[in-house]
Ligand binder design. Structure first.
Ligand code: 7RM
Length: 635
């Protein structure tokens, strides 16, 4: 039996039981056998979910880049580590070997050192999906600097807030970026943002689009000439297992983003181990995750997890629709991709297109299909399974969060039988619990509740940068002694989990606690409804009342709007009770969504409350134009 690579269902159950009964032995063995440590730990785990304080592999020393790069050089020096597929299909793809990656990471690490960056300093990375982005993460890790990657689609305000929150002294960016037929002046956005960031001393600029930029004397430097002069070797900084590796911001229920802090040893072990099993990666496979490295999915499953396994990981600069909707499938064929990992929002967009976009490409290399970011609906699941996987590539619907660092609930392909819309079973070492609203754990199967985790896992975030109290309040206070994810889930008759959506948008109506997710589920049962979102708005008598934004499958149904409103409230009454009926129902053509497909309820709440003056930061929206459309026909 191998603890590291699970190949049969019995093995999964066996390893799972061991991981629960003897977590320290289990994780200690995984860490010892598959990773490289400069010094072993004194203690595998110490934890207290009340403080909360969690430490994995305390006393151990390592450098994560030694695990992701150096240790592969002897056996895989000439193997491709990184495939870069540019936005423009006419531009040649790049294949960067482990040896070349080592040289480039070391050079950038040396440049950072020359610029005065030291262990523990924060470096902001604001780059498009080009090789320099992966290299920048690794170069920071090489010298023990804490990277804070800001998604390059974020606005200058979002950028400066995050830079200031973690006091970054250096920013790595590029002149511009390509996205489909558009090019964006990234450097200009940085210049604007930095007007509010007095702590930034240096800006290193990668040349990508050759667009004209202003370089601020003494602050801004072109990166390439510095790299050319830099030595191709750099001794890795030896880090404690619990030293911070990076900060990554995630939006919260309030306006201020939360800088989730991930540490070195546990994060490495967890992302490395989950990557191996969830994608069943074998030596000559080509793995592609379509996420942006600006999100946790990119950190864990484009960069650290794959490289810790000596994998070939593909990064794509462009978008699924450029030059047309066959681009993803063209890339799969071109690079003979074996594992493909994307989001339901992309799957739905692609499934809407003519089937010939997918069918004209040879997808026979595909072995495993992944999904992440939001619940995958039945229709999208089947399209993915049938049209892309030809019913032979298992779908791994992976549930996890920025906060969890790595995949938490997921099938293991060829091991766990899949079930449409179910994330299935907890990953090894993960102990989920479903709780009712009073905090009582629901035992047994066929139950639905709030998804919590009872026991620490190595990849979990340790704190929120500069605000440990908020970390405690957000994740460890709702149900003392447990990590609360903010999601709802159900467990079916065989113990499979299905994530039902966020439950922390609880609205209290006439003293009753109502979650938006179950109301939306009820509305979506109406045959004319495509999608819906519920928010609360202030009400004289009830305290709060409910406002529904509803997208119809066919907009032509508008003539019957009042009938539809009645029918929708009827369905809600049937599913939940009259208390959950909506006071207002606005039919709309779209909902404000983030790039990872999440509805931005903050905006809907403002509209519902007739507080239209300032919509706050909408720069992270995929479709900012919808905000005015909804505002204009608000009820
Ligand atoms: C990886 C990531 C986290 C939230 C999480 C859920 C939702 C993610 C799934 C999912 C249903 C899934 N990190 N979510 N994966 N819901 N099924 N497979 O997305 O921090 O950006 O978002 O995303 O609500 O709490 S994240």
């Amino acid at each position: 039996m191998s603890n590291y690579h699970i190949k049969h269902l019995e093995e999964y159950y066996q390893v799972y039981r061991k991981s629960v009964r003897e977590p320290e032995n289990f994780w200690g063995e995984v860490a010892e056998e598959h990773f490289m440590w400069r010094k072993k730990w004194d203690n595998v785990l110490s934890w207290d979910f009340n403080t909360p304080e969690v430490k994995w592999f305390q006393g151990a020393q390592l450098n994560i880049t030694e695990n992701c790069i150096d240790r592969h050089l002897l056996t895989r020096g000439d193997k491709t580590a990184l495939i870069f597929e540019p936005n423009n299909p006419e531009e040649a793809a790049q294949h960067i070997t482990y040896r070349q990656l080592h040289a480039r990471v070391c050079q950038l690490a040396n440049v950072l050192k020359d610029q005065g960056v030291k262990k523990g300093d924060r470096v902001c990375i604001y780059l498009p999906m080009i090789p320099e982005l992966s290299i920048a993460l690794l170069a920071c890790a090489r010298i023990g600097a804490i990277h804070s990657v800001i998604f390059a689609g974020f606005s200058s305000t979002a950028l400066s807030t995050r830079i200031n929150d973690s006091d970054c002294k250096l920013v790595i960016t590029s002149d511009g970026s390509y996205r489909g037929s558009k090019s964006i002046d990234l450097k200009a956005i940085v210049d604007e943002g930095l007007e509010d960031c007095p702590g930034v001393e240096t800006v290193l600029v990668v040349k990508r689009t050759n667009t004209a930029v202003t370089m601020k004397e003494g602050r801004d430097k072109w990166l390439q000439p510095l790299l050319d002069k830099a030595y191709q070797d750099c001794v890795p900084e030896i880090m404690d297992a619990e030293d911070p590796l990076f900060i990554l911001y995630t939006s919260g229920s309030t306006g201020k983003p939360k800088g989730m802090v991930h540490t070195t040893g546990g994060y490495m072990v967890y992302t490395g181990y989950t990557f191996k099993n969830v994608f069943q990666y074998t030596e000559n496979d080509v793995y592609w995750c379509t996420a942006d490295i600006g999100w946790i999915t990119g950190h864990s499953y484009i960069v650290y997890g794959p490289l810790a396994n000596g994998a070939t990981t593909l990064m794509f600069e462009g978008v699924p629709s450029y030059p047309d909707y066959s681009r993803f499938w063209e890339i799969v064929e071109k690079h003979k991709v074996n594992q493909f990992y994307t989001a339901p929002t992309a799957i739905r967009a692609l499934a809407k297109q003519n089937i010939s976009f997918a069918e004209k490409h040879d997808l026979s290399s595909l072995k495993v299909l992944g999904s992440v970011g939001e619940p995958i609906n039945e229709e999208a699941w089947h399209w993915y399974n049938d049209v892309i996987g030809k019913k032979k590539s298992p779908i791994v619907d992976t549930w996890w969060q920025t906060e969890t660092g790595g995949i938490m609930i997921t099938p293991i392909p060829f091991v766990t039988p899949t079930k449409p819309t179910y994330a299935t079973l907890p990953f090894v070492g993960i102990q989920p619990a479903l709780l009712d609203e009073k905090g009582v754990e629901l035992k047994g199967n066929q139950v639905e509740g709030r998804l919590c985790i009872k026991f620490p896992w190595p990849g979990m975030a340790r704190t929120i940068w500069g605000n440990h109290e908020r970390y405690k309040d957000t994740y460890f206070s709702a149900f003392p002694g447990m990590y609360f994810s903010g999601d709802g889930a159900l467990r079916d008759e065989v113990g499979y989990y299905r994530i039902t959506g966020r439950v922390d948008d609880v609205i209290i109506v006439s003293g009753h606690n109502l979650g938006t997710a179950p109301i939306e589920d009820a509305i979506n049962e109406h045959p004319a409804v495509a999608e819906s979102a519920i928010v609360g708005f202030p009400h004289d008598i009830k305290g709060n009342a409910l406002y529904g934004f509803v997208i119809l499958k066919e907009s032509g149904e508008s003539r019957m709007h009042d009938n539809l409103r009645k029918e929708i409230n009827q369905i809600i009454t049937e599913h939940i009770g009259p208390i959950a009926k909506l006071d207002k129902i606005q039919f709309t053509s779209g909902l404000p969504k983030t790039r990872s497909g999440k509805i931005m309820r903050r905006i809907l709440r403002k509209i519902a409350s007739k507080d239209m003056s300032n919509m706050g930061d909408t720069s992270t929206l995929l479709n900012p134009e919808i905000v005015d459309v909804i505002k204009d026909s608000a009820l």
